[in-house]
Design a protein around this ligand. Structure first.
Ligand code: FES
Length: 112
């Protein structure tokens, strides 16, 4: 009984966190970011100067409308279930559409 109460308290604490930790590999270095819980992954990356886009797609993309698939990242940790058709398709190939992924938990992400 005591353990169950402790477990419930732990779960409640995690659920009430206002920030989540993003560990991001940019191809050269790991970065650890605290981002607002629920923020869209693409926006969190861009605000921290870690774009999911490359030199070309930073100019040619749908700006987060979820239709171009040019903001793909790999999420190596447990990730939110896809909620949108394009993200569902890319998830089958190991990629996530970062403009469709809310940061609702700590995530480990690899940029292309
Ligand atoms: S920016 Fe186009 S799908 Fe994400």
């Amino acid at each position: 009984m005591t353990n169950q109460s402790t477990d419930n308290a732990t779960v409640q604490t995690l659920d009430s966190k206002k920030t989540c930790t993003l560990k991001v590999w940019d191809g050269k270095n790991w970065h650890e970011l605290d981002v607002k819980r629920g923020q869209i992954l693409r926006q969190a990356l861009i605000e921290n100067e870690l774009s999911p886009h490359n030199a070309i797609t930073q100019y040619i993309n749908c700006r987060g409308d979820g239709v171009c698939a040019l903001c793909g990242v790999r999420i190596e940790s447990e990730a939110p279930e896809p909620q949108q058709w394009l993200d569902s398709v890319t998830a089958k190939f190991g990629w996530r559409v970062s403009c469709r992924v809310p940061v609702d938990r700590d995530l480990t992400v690899r940029l292309a």
